[in-house]
Every structure is written in structure tokens, then in C-alpha cells.
Design a protein around this ligand. Structure first.
Ligand code: HMG
Ligand code: MG
Length: 298
């Protein structure tokens, strides 16, 4: 009973680029967004409104949001950890804001400088204000399988975070394997742990490929009926507060898997590979995607 249609959210411009040491010009980020939407992506995570001292690469959030040409039917999302971030984001009219919590206390502290409970207190007014302004709200749940500081994360922690997210009005959540240590069974347990509070239609799978398990984990999530997934064109990424974690699973690899399963994504794989080649060459490297590598060398 795997889904016949899947929606992919490309998080490359945000999750993918946030960790780049070299400055990436806003014009390049804008071009990336344009290429992703031209390839058929209907959801793009564009940027974040966080402290530029913590994440300098996202300091051009306004420039990118104001400079891109929006395509009707595409949802543009941005990260907002607190009211300060939300107020800045509001001026740029995102379709969705993302509050981002963690299933592990240590990661919450390192990433957003507060406990899980404090983070929920900060998110609550953001969610309220967003919904009042007609903006959708997603909750990212980091470290639902493992944490770079605490090791394995118990499913009960995920259930607790999902309950807190639901309690403040978050509409859907990402079950994120932030450091890519998950295997199919563990990822299925994390999804199962979320289900008491969010149904399968409101859960997005977010997998990193550190141990090469992301596609298997995607398939395991599909088997549970998950049909929303996040991925990063050219496998961009790695989290600044998750040492050693590689990028998100590449969108190209996920699309290839889904095409092979006769699952409709609405994405043109060749155009997507070109988008990945574009950003990779801007970064001076090759795409971190097996499918892109294969197709580019054909
Ligand atoms: P803080 O220091 O605790 O906040 O940081 P504060 O309220 O005490 O403020 C300190 C300073 O930050 C002040 O400036 C504020 O104005 C400023 P100062 O007076 O010192 O000049 N500030 C802000 N500036 C811009 N935008 C804001 C903002 N808020 C405060 N929104 C804070 C708290 C959350 C801001 C900080 O810890 C931060 O920015 N962290 C970065 C978090 C981040 O972006 N992490 C990466 C994304 S999460 C991720 O990648 C995982 C995920 O993708 C899932 C996965 O991949 O698996 C979601
Ligand atoms: Mg990620």
C-alpha cells in the first residue's frame, strides 16, 4: 500500500546551503530556487530567519525572498525560531514558516540555545501569529533517531516532542534523522512514535545519508504510507550543530527511486540534475548524488 503520488520539498537552498563556509551570493540562491521550480518542485525551503552570528550564510534571507520570482502553485517555506525571526519573515510573505525543535535536549541547546520546553514556549506565539496571518506552520523535529551529543534517541522522546508541537498548533511535522544514523526499523519507529499526534498525511520524512541508509529509510517510510519527503538537490548540506553529518539525501536519488516505483512526483529529473549541477559548480564541487553522477557521465 505504498502511495502513488509523492510530494518532495527541496530544502537545498536552506538546509543545504546554511553550512557552507564560502559565501554564496544571493543571486546564486535565487537562481537555484528558479531552477528547482522550473524542474517541477512544488515546495521549496528557501531560507531561515535566525541569528546571522549563528548562521552567517542565511543573513541574506530578505534579499533572496524579495529577489525571487514566485511561481503560482509553489509553496515557499522559511525557518523562524522565535518572534524576532517571524516578524522579519512576515515582511517577506512566506507561504509556510517552520519552527524547529529537537527530540534531544543537548541538540536543542546547541542548535537554538534553549531547552525543549523553552523552545516550545518560544514557538507558541510564532505559531499563533502565523496561523492568524494565514501562513501555514510546519514543525521540524530534529534528532528523532540519533543525536550527535546524546547518541540514540528513544521513540518516547519523539512522541513527547510531537505532542508538544501539536499542543501549540503546528499543522504538520518533519521526522528528521538529522545525523543520518537511522536504519529502516529505527526510522519506522520514529514515525510510529509521531502517529499518536499527527496522521500520516501530516508527516514528512527528512533523511540524511551519512551512513548511506537514506534511500532505504525513504522506502521504509513509503511502506508506512508517508508521501511527503524532504531532500536536497545535489545532496547539499550538513547541519552546523551536527558535526560530521553529511547532507540530506539528494533529491535526484529520491526522484529516481520514486520513478522506478511508478510513483508520480511531477519532477523532471533531467532539469533537476541540471539544477544540481548548477549549484555544485557554483560551489566548486561535484553533485553529491549517485543518480546525478550517473546521468551527467552518461
Ligand atoms: P539566543 O542567543 O539564545 O537568542 O539565540 P537571544 O534572544 O538571546 O538573542 C541574542 C541575539 O540574537 C540578539 O542580538 C538578538 O537580536 C539576535 P544582539 O542583541 O546580540 O545583537 N536574534 C536574532 N537575530 C536574527 N534573527 C532572529 C534572532 N533571534 C535573536 N530570529 C537563536 C537563539 C535561535 C536566535 C540562535 O540560537 C540561532 O539563530 N540559532 C541558529 C539555529 C539554526 O539556524 N540552526 C540550523 C537550522 S536547524 C537544522 O538544520 C536541522 C533541521 O534542518 C532538521 C534536519 O536537518 O534534520 C531543521
Ligand atoms: Mg536536514
Amino acid at each position: 500500500n505504498i502511495p502513488t503520488r509523492v510530494k518532495l520539498i527541496d530544502v537545498g537552498p536552506r538546509d543545504g546551503l546554511q553550512n557552507e563556509k564560502q559565501p554564496v551570493p544571493a543571486a546564486v540562491k535565487i537562481e537555484l530556487v528558479h531552477r528547482l521550480q522550473a524542474a517541477g518542485l512544488k515546495e521549496i525551503e528557501v531560507t531561515s530567519y535566525v541569528s546571522p552570528k549563528w548562521v552567517p550564510q542565511m543573513a541574506d534571507n530578505h534579499e533572496v525572498m524579495a529577489g525571487m520570482t514566485r511561481q503560482p502553485g509553489v509553496r515557499y517555506s522559511v525557518l523562524t525560531p522565535n518572534m524576532k525571526g517571524f516578524e522579519a519573515a512576515l515582511l517577506d510573505q512566506p507561504d509556510e514558516v517552520v519552527v524547529f525543535g529537537a527530540a534531544s535536549e543537548a541538540f536543542s541547546q546547541k542548535n537554538i540555545n534553549c531547552s525543549i520546553a523553552e523552545s516550545i514556549e518560544r514557538f507558541a506565539p510564532v505559531v499563533q501569529a502565523a496561523l492568524a496571518a494565514g501562513i501555514a506552520v510546519r514543525g521540524a523535529m530534529s534528532c528523532t533517531v540519533g543525536c550527535p551529543y546524546e547518541g540514540e534517541v528513544a521513540p518516547e522522546r519523539v512522541t513527547m516532542l510531537a505532542r508538544l508541537m501539536k499542543g501549540i498548533g503546528v499543522q504538520r511535522v518533519d521526522v528528521a534523522d538529522t545525523i543520518g544514523v537511522g536504519t529502516p526499523l529505527k526510522v519506522q519507529r520514529a514515525i510510529e512514535a509521531t502517529l499518536p499526534h499527527f496522521d500520516i498525511d501530516h508527516i514528512c520524512g527528512h533523511f540524511h545519508d551519512t551512513y548511506g541508509q537514506a534511500l532505504s529509510n525513504t522506502y521504509a517510510a513509503l511502506q508506512m504510507g508517508v508521501w511527503n519527503f524532504q531532500s536536497s538537490v545535489a545532496g547539499l548540506g550538513g547541519c552546523p550543530y551536527a558535526k560530521g553529518a553529511t547532507g540530506n539525501v539528494s533529491t535526484e536519488d529520491v526522484v529516481y527511486l520514486l520513478q522506478g516505483l511508478d510513483i508520480d512526483t511531477g519532477i523532471d529529473l533531467d532539469a533537476l540534475v541540471d539544477a544540481g549541477a548548477f549549484i555544485s559548480s557554483a560551489l566548486g564541487r561535484k553533485p553529491n548524488s549517485r543518480v546525478a553522477t550517473a546521468l551527467l557521465n552518461k
